[in-house]
Design a protein around this ligand. Structure first.
Ligand SMILES: [Mg+2]
Length: 257
């Protein structure tokens, strides 16, 4: 794993930007937006918003988030990026039938969870209904370990069994199937007919993109970590604006060259 702002990293970014049509895709929470205690308050800083807006004008840009589209869209209003929600399930490639199945599945889980939610409430867990997936939040729990254990107990009773993806103070229950951020990324590249792409993310759900056996994708993780399939890292989330600006600049240099 290497710093994306190293000389070699910048060469890779320059090459990507020089190819017209390269796709630039980003996760939202922890990548474009700083992780905050209250998830409702997450948003782009003014400079990140401007930098993302500028990049989206000169190159195909996408945001692939675990949030639902209804939640994500207003947070990135005015930016002409492709939006994909619910960990890749929403906004792109799933047929109506698959979406309906996911919705039915989530409703059944939610019924089961809310029928007896005292255990979760006592542990300080908040359940978020994202229509096509459920997220169990425990950022505000007094004991994160106990909260996580309670969540695992509850989700182990759900039928059909969900695919679990762990995140920062969250457990995501996703209808099992073959759709995730990785398949969404590939589908978007296919639809846009791009031959190269950048993906930046910070969490376990982003490993679905990082671990794609696809050499066209340059993967960047926010935060250096040993156990990741990403090739590059961005040291801190606060550098995301700098990365966006670098890409826009590199694109401009390539066009004027
Ligand atoms: Mg994230």
């Amino acid at each position: 794993m290497q710093d994306v702002f190293s000389a070699q990293g910048k060469r890779v970014l320059d090459r990507l930007a020089s190819q017209g049509g390269s796709l630039f895709a980003f996760d939202f929470d922890g990548t474009l937006a700083r992780i905050v205690q209250d998830r409702h308050a997450a948003g782009l800083t003014e400079s990140t918003r401007q930098a993302l807006h500028d990049l989206a004008i000169v190159a195909p840009t996408a945001i692939i988030s675990g949030r639902s589209l209804a939640d994500l869209s207003p947070r990135v209003k005015g930016i002409s990026a492709h939006l994909i929600g619910n960990h890749g399930l929403e906004g792109l490639h799933a047929s109506e039938r698959v979406m309906q199945q996911a919705q039915d599945c989530c409703r059944a889980w939610l019924n089961a969870v809310t029928k007896d939610d005292r255990e979760l409430t006592r542990a300080g867990v908040v359940v978020e209904d994202k229509m096509y997936s459920l997220t169990f939040h425990y950022r505000q729990a007094w004991s994160p370990a106990a909260a996580r254990e309670t969540i695992f107990h509850v989700v182990s009773t759900l039928l059909p069994a969900p695919r679990l993806v762990l995140g920062k103070a969250v457990v995501n229950a996703i209808p099992s199937g073959n759709l995730h951020k990785g398949t969404a990324m590939l589908e978007l590249m296919h639809q846009l007919q791009t031959s190269a792409a950048l993906y930046v993310g910070d969490d376990d759900t982003d490993e679905d993109v990082f671990s794609l056996p696809d050499e066209r994708i340059v993967s960047v993780r926010v935060g250096k970590k040993a156990a990741t399939a990403a090739q590059w890292y961005l040291t801190r989330q606060s550098q995301i604006g700098q990365l966006l600006q670098y890409l826009t600049g590199a694109r401009a240099r390539a066009v004027s060259a």
